[in-house]
Design a protein around this ligand. Structure first.
Ligand code: NIG
Ligand code: FE
Length: 410
């Protein structure tokens, strides 16, 4: 009986970009091979080091193309009713995001359209948006609720998110974002709505298995740190991890709050200060950078990239795909923007959409190519890793594998 390895799939002659490098480099293997078994990476190394007698059910010759982990979009709001192109026009004429929100537009208009949509129409409108992300090599997507703001509508959004994952054959992680905006029926009772979210909606949706993490919007046009603390205490009681939209439009010290609860991530962070960076570094909370919202709102203040880098805070990059502040349908374009607008290196941006994005979702089985990890991988029509951040738009994907199998859903 030979002990030569047997694989379900063997990828040969790939330029492997494992992103599994403690120094923060690409983790490259120039002429590499990867053997997969039962949906996981079973062997990875130089092609010429493949054990003699290796047997594979299927062999895929990469012909020197680049192979990376599947991309992970760790912050999206891609399930919603309606569109808000009218607000884009208003902003171009000088209205600010806050002006539009205070006048009853913004998130509230998406809430009205989402409440009016049934599950099938929400699913049908979200599907092409999810497919756009897939065309860029995305194999794991986080999807938030937050445009329902009542129990039934939030449930409908989260069910649609789960259905998208099943339909497309990819991983979807859900975040409950009940504290996204104040629904009109609670207009005079913000604390009453916080109680409704903490005491009724979150426990019910968690019990239905619809919540992987708990998120909130900490801002002067949304919820205060004290209100969000109540939510995070409830999340802790339910043993759910937390994350937060923090320091997007002003410094509310939200990053320190989410770090205090050992949060997975603090997201946006344009107004983050040194103390916030230090809290995140201590807690190991990931900084999720969202250059699409920065771009669409024509924000001029950048997140403190140098301080985050110096303090060793892991930086992820995501689309923030949503109808208001970031109608961005490409994670690779988000990575390009993270380099051009925020000053990340291409290696940082690539880790941002793979290894660090996995960490922002609390997933330790993906985001890097290494034995034991899920075999979520992308073969690119590109020859150097920097190219993935360099091309603006276009389709560079040659082949996507999810758990070692060619992905369906196109
Ligand atoms: O991540 N910042 C708050 N939430 C979203 C925007 C939602 C909207 O305007 O519809 C964001 O940017
Ligand atoms: Fe967001």
């Amino acid at each position: 009986m030979s002990d030569a390895p047997r694989f379900d799939l063997l990828l040969t002659h790939a330029r492997i970009v494992s992103l599994d490098d403690p120094e923060g480099g690409y983790g490259e293997i120039a002429d590499g091979a990867i053997g997969c078994r039962d949906g996981r990476i079973a062997w990875l190394g130089r092609h010429d080091a493949l054990p003699a007698g290796t047997h594979a059910e299927r062999v895929l010759d990469a012909h020197g193309r680049l192979l990376t982990p599947g991309l992970i979009d760790c912050h999206t709001h891609l399930v919603f009713g309606g569109v808000r192109a009218d607000e884009f026009e208003m902003r171009l004429e000088g209205a600010s995001y806050q002006d539009i929100a205070r006048a009853g537009g913004g998130i509230a208009s998406s809430v009205a359209a989402t409440r009016a949509a049934d599950e099938d129409s929400l699913f049908a409108s979200a599907l092409p948006r999810a497919r756009s992300l897939l065309h860029d090599g995305v194999t794991t997507i986080e999807i938030k609720s937050g445009y329902g703001l009542d129990l039934d509508s939030e449930r409908r959004m989260l069910r649609v998110a789960r259905r998208l994952g099943e339909h497309l054959g990819i991983s979807v992680r859900t975040s409950f974002l009940g504290l996204h905006a104040l629904p009109t029926e609670f207009a005079d009772d913000r604390d009453g709505y916080v109680s409704e979210v903490c005491e009724r909606m979150l426990p019910a949706l968690a019990a239905e298995g619809l919540v992987d993490a708990v998120d909130a919007f900490c801002e002067n046009i949304a919820f205060s740190p004290a209100q969000i603390r109540r939510l995070f205490e409830q999340a802790r009681a339910l043993q759910l991890p937390v994350k937060l939209h923090a320091e997007q439009l002003s410094n509310q010290h939200g990053a320190a709050l989410v770090a205090e609860f050992d949060g997975l991530s603090a997201d946006h962070l344009e107004y983050l200060d040194e103390a916030g960076v230090a809290s995140m570094a201590r807690a190991g909370t990931v900084a999720v950078l969202l250059p699409g919202a920065f771009y669409a709102l024509r924000e001029t203040r950048r997140p403190p990239i140098v301080a985050l880098r110096d303090k060793g805070v892991p930086m992820a990059v995501a689309t923030d795909l949503n109808p208001g502040t970031s109608p961005l349908l490409s994670l690779r374009l988000a990575a390009n923007m993270a380099c051009t607008l925020f000053g990340l290196t291409p290696a940082e941006a690539l880790r941002g959409v793979t290894a660090h994005a996995a960490r922002a979702l609390g997933l330790d089985d993906r985001g890097r190519l290494r034995a034991g990890m899920r075999a979520d991988m992308v073969l690119w029509n590109a020859h150097t890793p920097a190219e993935l951040c360099y091309w603006v738009g276009g389709n560079l994907v040659e082949q996507v594998l999810v758990a070692g199998a060619t992905r369906n859903g196109y």
